[in-house]
Design a protein around this ligand. Structure first.
Ligand code: DQA
Length: 145
């Protein structure tokens, strides 16, 4: 089993970006934790981060060739991107949406996710654990499909 792990804009700044909101861990820390969990599941991961909407869409389209699912934090594009939602619908891969922060307890413009309705589910508010819980959920979903 192989999954694409997709990180959206500004997540490359984790570690220094608003640590009170997003935590002190870097994107590399998160990816390493995911690698460890994935190794236990016997699955492999491809990591991709971009600040550009088009590159994220290209990665989603590319995943349809060789991935079994997508673990994604679309970051701010969660709240704005019909194009990313359409790409997810087009490839029809199972997808779990994660957020470090609890988007529902923050500014009202973060409450709405355009992408969550085309995902299997959304996990938010648990920092790095959102990603780890998301990977577990995605793995179990694909395994039992
Ligand atoms: C985020 C929440 C988004 O609202 C924000 O734009 C981000 C990060 C999170 O992981 O908590 O960049 O996706």
């Amino acid at each position: 089993m192989k999954f694409l792990v997709l990180h959206g804009p500004n997540l490359n700044l984790l570690g220094t970006r608003e640590p009170g909101v997003y935590g002190a861990q870097t994107l590399d820390d998160i990816n390493q934790s995911l690698e460890k969990l994935a190794a236990g599941f016997g699955c492999s991961l491809i990591f991709f981060q971009s600040n550009s909407e088009g590159e994220l869409i290209n990665a989603i389209q590319g995943a349809s060739a060789d991935c079994d699912g997508i673990l994604m934090n679309p970051a701010a594009y969660t709240h704005t991107s019909i194009a990313i939602r359409d790409a997810l619908t087009a490839v029809a891969l199972p997808c779990v949406e994660v957020h470090l922060s609890n988007i529902h307890s923050r500014e009202s413009f973060r409450h709405k996710s355009l992408t969550a309705p085309v995902a299997i589910g959304q996990i938010c508010g648990f920092g790095r654990d959102s990603y780890l819980l998301g990977l577990r959920a995605l793995f179990n979903h694909v395994k039992s499909a």
